[in-house]
Design a protein around this ligand. Structure first.
Ligand SMILES: *Cc1c(COP(=O)(O)O)cnc(C)c1O
Length: 381
């Protein structure tokens, strides 16, 4: 093990320095251009990046904003919902998915996730609907999409909006049964993307984007993100201030050109993990849905709950970092107690929160590092 450590770069959960080093000249040049132009708000890189992103995903409109959380908030603000309207979502996700619903005076209604893909269990959807249900808000967790074909069919049958939390899944592709292929975030009425630095397409700070094919929704989202303004200093609706900085847009323009290769490196790393762990029945490697590609924002394993923490400690002792996404489902969090849920309401989410942990996953992982990580993991059993 020590020999490995000498010749190998220390293993990190993510390696943003290594990723930057490989594209330093392109990035530095793009940043220098913004500094020279000194047009920090809505400079030319912002619409240029938005167009490139729309072209990449095939969506009609990509509206950039200040974060993935803001993207979700803008999406819900644009739908003309009333206080108390219900949004069906999942308790096993990052808090933003649910936080924006509650912050806008809407009511999050949870359905459990699937134990294999960690995404919304669509068989539970209809039972969660009431006369107040207005939106279905699936989260495409860890880099693959929820069952969007079923969600869209169900939404259409019940006249509901669909907002995709695609913050972890930019670049994932879903194939519908008619053979059509769709990018994450472009199937629902609105899709939300985050450019948080550790996301598959990350900037050097906060950033986000909202996708829609609908011209009217796009116009409303654009206006709400800019204080609800129609023409300068005239306001048609209550808005917020949510912008992607020109500097971040310039960084993202460069990194978008590398996104496909970044996704391929993650998929390659995942394949090496899968192969190395195939003979280790004590861990369950990530399942792939038949209809979605997996972009491996995270590579998340399941182990028996009683072994997880000791296992993580032993890996930490061998200098292998791991993380638990997410250790407590949202229906059991203090902030969401008023929703009235109790332990036992969402058994899959509750079990996963005790069983999952994620291995290092990023674009700079080497086969040596993966061999080292999986060897340490298998040594524990
Ligand atoms: C990262 C993330 C967000 C929020 O993104 P920020 O840019 O950090 O605001 C929302 N939902 C999910 C599932 C995420 O992973």
């Amino acid at each position: 093990m020590h020999v490995f450590l000498w010749i190998m770069k220390p293993v990190q959960m993510v390696d943003l320095q290594g990723q930057y080093a490989n594209i330093r000249e392109e990035i530095d040049e793009a940043v220098r251009r913004v500094l020279a132009e000194a047009c920090y708000i809505n400079g030319p890189a912002v619409p240029d990046f938005a167009s490139a992103l729309a072209a990449y995903t095939g969506v009609s409109h990509a509206v950039t904003c200040a974060s993935g959380t803001d993207a979700l908030q803008l999406a819900l603000m644009a739908l003309g919902l009333q206080p108390g309207d219900e949004v069906i979502t999942v308790p096993f996700t990052f808090v933003s998915t649910v936080e924006v619903v509650a912050a806008l005076g809407l009511k999050p209604v949870f359905v459990d996730v699937r134990p294999d893909t960690f995404c919304m269990d669509v068989s539970k959807l209809e039972a969660a609907m009431t006369s107040r249900t207005k939106v279905i808000l699936p989260a495409h967790l860890f880099g693959q999409c929820a069952d969007m074909e079923t969600i869209m069919r169900s939404a259409s049958a019940h006249h509901l909006f669909v907002v995709e939390d695609a913050c972890q899944a930019l670049g994932a592709q879903v194939t519908f049964s008619d053979g059509s292929v769709h990018q994450a975030g472009t199937m629902g009425d609105i899709g939300c993307i985050s450019f948080f630095p550790t996301k598959n397409l990350g900037c050097f700070g906060d950033g986000g984007a909202v996708f829609t094919h609908d011209d009217d929704l796009a116009a409303r989202i654009r206006s709400i993100a800019n204080h609800g303004m129609s023409q300068k200093y005239y306001y048609d609706q209550v808005g917020i201030n949510s912008r992607l900085d020109t500097l971040q847009a310039a960084v993202l323009q460069v990194k978008l050109r590398h996104l496909d290769e970044y996704i391929q490196s993650r998929q390659h790393a995942a394949r090496l993990y899968d192969e190395a762990l195939a003979d280790c029945p004590a861990v369950i490697t990530p399942a792939k849905a038949s209809f979605s590609t997996h972009t491996y924002h995270q590579y998340t394993l399941r182990v028996a709950a009683e072994h997880r923490n000791a296992l993580r400690q032993q890996l930490a002792d061998a200098e292998v970092p791991t993380m638990v996404y997410y250790p407590c489902p949202l229906h059991l969090q203090t902030a969401y107690r008023d929703l009235g849920y109790r332990e036992g309401d969402f058994p899959v989410s509750e079990a996963l929160s005790k069983e999952v942990f994620s291995l290092p996953m990023h674009t700079e992982l080497t086969p040596d590092q993966i061999q080292y990580i999986t060897k340490q993991l298998k040594n524990v059993f």
